[in-house]
Design a binder for this molecule. Structure first.
Ligand code: FE2
Ligand code: FE2
Length: 263
């Protein structure tokens, strides 16, 4: 059996407590085989903020998979270097294949324009990538932005929703991505929205597709882990609190599982 941890939306540079909470999480992950961080590693996309991420997570470096978030594209655009110029690739770690998708775009250099972008070409690249992964291998897709509509969080997202701006929206091809992934992938891990969520596609099938939003690890002071063996997930994920007090209450972590129907 092996364990995967999902962290996201660290926003290093936003506060001293963000770095402290990440340090506590890294200490808790000493024996975890695979750690996926789904973007917004930094608050302002600055080189010094990414250097802080690299320094704090150095003990996990050989087990770490990251994708960029919209905040990483601001400032010095450190997000651009995280994917080394590709939109999709596959990394194999700890007996698991992780398909990384860059859902950010140049418009994210403007902090207000936080929404993601996914084009048909990316879907085709994901399709090809999955075709090279044997069915027997645990398969994870990692990206930053949400793939299905989620409730607006905070004043500015509510303003965006009222004005029908794209800023708060899910990825335009998010549902199409899930159609490409169904029956070929076990987990979709994302962030961007800071409240955790979970969904399931084809829940009665032999290989359901489960979609998890980590929320902001440094705001929550907590992260999920997933156990897997024989190429498949084992049961439900578990939450791990790394701060002395829950922030906010544990009820926020325990989002109900919503079934998604794909046409
Ligand atoms: Fe974020
Ligand atoms: Fe984000």
């Amino acid at each position: 059996m092996a364990t995967l941890a999902h962290l996201s939306d660290l926003h290093l540079g936003s506060s001293a407590s963000a770095a402290r909470t990440l340090e506590e999480a890294v200490a808790a992950l000493a024996d975890t085989e695979l750690i996926v961080v789904t973007g917004d590693l930094t608050e302002n996309g600055r080189t010094a903020e990414l250097a802080a991420f690299d320094r704090i997570t150095a003990p996990l470096a050989d087990r770490l998979v990251v994708v960029p978030g919209n905040h990483d594209r601001c400032g010095d655009d450190v997000g651009a270097q995280l994917m080394r110029g590709v939109r999709v690739d596959v990394q194999v770690r700890g007996g698991c294949s992780i398909v990384r998708i860059d859902s950010t775009a140049p418009h994210n250099r403007v902090p207000w324009l936080s929404h993601g972008r996914m084009c048909q070409q990316v879907l085709e690249q994901v399709d090809v990538a999955l075709g090279a992964v044997p069915d027997s291998v645990m398969t994870v897709v990692a990206l930053h932005h949400h793939v299905v509509p989620l409730p607006a969080e905070g004043f500015w997202e509510q303003v965006s929703e009222v004005l029908h701006l794209p800023n708060h929206s899910e990825l335009a091809l998010g549902t199409e991505l899930l159609k490409v992934l169904r029956s070929r992938c076990d987990l979709v891990l994302h962030g961007h929205r800071h409240v955790p969520r979970q969904f399931i596609v084809d829940g009665d099938s032999a290989r359901p597709l489960r979609v998890f939003n980590a929320g902001s690890t440094t705001e929550l002071g907590a992260f999920r882990t997933f156990d897997f063996a024989g190429g498949r997930l084992l049961g439900d994920p578990r939450w791990h609190q790394v701060t002395p007090e829950p922030r906010p209450s544990p009820q926020v972590w325990q989002a109900p599982v919503c079934a998604l129907q794909l046409a």
